[in-house]
Ligand binder design. Structure first.
Ligand code: FAD
Length: 149
């Protein structure tokens, strides 16, 4: 059972690849901070700044270019659309894997091997056909909460 679909996915993929079952619990978008509001969108925006600087310095390389305007709305929309599409595709990819169960919602540990809420409550119709997890290992993969108990 993995809480958090950022770096936690590396664990669930590995578990699934070895033939075991894993459940991934995610309250937000798949991909975690890095994809949705960290590494990826920040580098997409920084890349736009690099493109502008390259144009501004182009003359030093014998190329005449001029930055006339910066379409901030377009820049932000492009970055958002890219990460949103990736988040959807990662969630969908996880749903396609037979031995990974995707659980949407917030969960927290209530004790050793106990989550505070029963995950049965968020099973979808298609999940009902699948074996319910009887977890051996729990992992909390969320930066703000630190190391799993
Ligand atoms: C602006 C910015 C730029 C960054 N750039 C870089 C970079 O260039 N290179 C780099 O290596 N790192 C970068 N980082 C850091 C990187 O994003 C984090 O180190 C990384 O995302 C941490 O991964 P994680 O899986 O521990 O946590 P997260 O990615 O935060 O994933 C945790 C996930 O768990 C979910 N979750 C949390 N609690 C619960 C709960 N109780 N129930 C259900 N779901 C829950 C959250 O919704 C989230 O999706 C950057 C961070 C920021 C903010």
């Amino acid at each position: 059972m993995v809480i958090g679909s950022g770096s936690g996915l590396e664990v669930s993929f590995e578990v699934a690849e070895r033939g075991f079952s894993a459940a991934v619990v995610e309250e937000g978008l798949f991909g975690g901070t890095c994809l949705n509001r960290g590494c990826i969108p920040s580098k997409t925006l920084i890349n736009c700044a690099d493109v502008m600087k390259t144009a501004q310095w182009a003359e030093a390389f014998g190329i005449k270019a001029r930055v006339e305007a910066v379409d901030w709305k377009f820049i932000v929309q492009r970055a958002s659309e890219e990460v949103d599409a990736d988040a959807r595709s990662i969630e969908e990819g996880n749903r396609q894997i037979a031995n990974i169960l995707v659980v949407k919602g917030r969960r927290k540990f209530a004790g050793q091997k106990n989550l505070e809420d029963t995950i049965d409550a968020v099973f979808t119709r298609e999940d009902v056909e699948r074996p319910k997890p009887d977890p051996e290992i729990y992992l909390l993969a969320a930066q703000k909460f630190g190391v799993a108990p």
